[in-house]
Design a protein around this ligand. Structure first.
Ligand code: GLC
Length: 415
């Protein structure tokens, strides 16, 4: 942890604002828009070069069932997620919120402010609220030419800043602002610093991501889990199949085990995991996503304590397990259960006790300077998809991750 006393006021404020976010570890991303009607990925407009006037016709088919956000929020809560981030406007340019700046928005096409519904649903489940907002806009006439035409840039920046102001003014307290793709301008072109100052004036506690071209509060590795270097906050966002928006034929679903393993890796390295659903046009969540999240939720009910508020963990090396840490407790998350007896090599810290979660039955163990060996465990995995041991250590656990046996005599009598 960083020494708090030498921090600037801005850094201290960031620590205050981000406390809940670091503890939360797990959030739900929601990609929903007119592309959900097509059902061929949220980039359909661009990938299939659909003309604006033709794409606009989709508004006629976008009439969601009553209050689908309630289902999403309940699902997120069941899955053990603590916050949600929804697309208020994706690259297609269609706004799910009420805006003075365009008629291309849900309140004027289907008579509903879908962002207001979402905020209400998230709040009623006790979840934090995030807004995704795409700077890149394939619909607005200035959305591409703003790069070459200064008058267009000014108009477009006015449009974007105006909408961001609406989002930060009309929906009560917001927890996260999640910008996306800043093509075709730079941070200077978007006047991002000014825009984010406005955001912070309107929403003093808000957490802002890095995609307006300035670093702000956190980084956003996409579809991979890569920790940021010391102290910098990060959140890995990921799909459950290969698409963010609803894609009817995309059957490349990750297993619940893979999702849980990803969440563990994020928690191990001090990051968050933002996992996506792509609701259908009527707002219902694809069955496969519901099934996966329900399994993840059952696991989180039992093992959430090993994930929430986990601190960065230096122990990482195993071919059948992964690790998280809180204080001096090391959690060994076993995804390929090896059987009754097995060991973790290279642990440099004394182990005081070992328990099998979730109930905490004591586990017999032996430790020498090279390894800690567990005995008398069940032959079959005690739980699915991942079983967990909790090791109480004498100090913050660390691990020798290379050549753990180099100092062990080759004729060692150690067991
Ligand atoms: C990308 C994609 C987009 C998706 C986003 C999520 O930048 O363009 O479709 O919304 O990442 O991180």
């Amino acid at each position: 942890m960083v020494e708090e006393k030498n921090l600037t006021l801005e850094e201290q404020d960031r620590i205050r604002r981000m406390k809940w976010w670091h503890e939360a570890r797990f959030g739900m991303f929601i990609h929903w828009g007119l592309y959900s009607v097509i059902g061929r990925h949220e980039w359909a407009m661009e990938m299939e070069a659909i003309p604006v006037a033709r794409y606009e016709q989709l508004t006629k088919q976008f009439n969601p069932k009553p209050f689908p956000a309630r289902e999403w929020a309940k699902l997120a809560k069941r899955a053990g997620m603590k916050y949600m981030v929804m697309t208020t406007k994706h690259h297609e340019g269609f706004c799910l919120f009420d805006t003075h700046y365009t008629d291309y928005c849900a309140p004027k096409t289907c008579g509903r402010d879908l962002v207001a519904e979402y905020v209400k649903a998230a709040r009623s489940e006790g979840l934090r609220v995030g807004f995704y907002y795409s700077l890149m806009d394939w619909h607005h006439p200035d959305g591409a030419r703003c790069a070459e035409d200064e008058a267009a840039r000014k108009r477009f920046v006015n449009y974007i800043h105006g909408q961001v102001r609406e989002l930060c003014t009309n929906y009560g307290k917001l927890d996260i602002l999640w910008y996306d793709v800043n093509w075709p301008l730079s941070a200077e072109g978007w006047e991002s610093a000014k825009m984010n100052r406005m955001v912070r004036e309107l929403q003093p506690d808000i957490i802002i991501n890095n995609r307006s071209g300035v670093p702000e509060d956190f980084s956003t590795p996409e579809q991979h889990i890569t920790a940021e270097s010391a102290g910098r906050a990060w959140e890995a966002c990921m799909t459950m199949n290969e698409s963010w928006g609803y894609h009817q034929a995309d059957d490349a679903w990750k297993t619940p085990k893979q999702i849980i393993r990803n969440l563990i890796t994020c928690a191990r390295d001090g990051g968050n995991y933002l996992l996506n659903i792509g609701p259908k046009a009527d707002g219902s969540v694809p069955e496969e996503s519901v099934r996966i999240l329900n399994t993840v939720g059952k696991w989180m009910d039992k093992y959430g304590e090993t994930i929430y508020a986990a601190e960065p963990c230096d122990v990482k090396r195993s071919v059948f397990a992964n690790f998280t840490r809180k204080g001096t407790t090391l959690y060994v998350h076993v995804h390929f259960w090896p059987g009754e007896e097995w060991a973790i090599g290279g642990l440099r810290t004394g182990v005081k006790s070992v328990r099998l979660l979730p109930r905490g039955e004591p586990v017999e163990f032996e430790q020498n300077e090279f390894r800690v060996r567990f005995k008398g465990l069940p032959a079959e995995a005690p739980d699915e998809p991942v079983s967990v041991l909790a090791l109480e250590c004498e100090s913050v656990p660390t691990q020798d991750m290379m050549f753990v046996r180099k100092n062990m005599p080759r004729n060692s009598q150690l067991r």
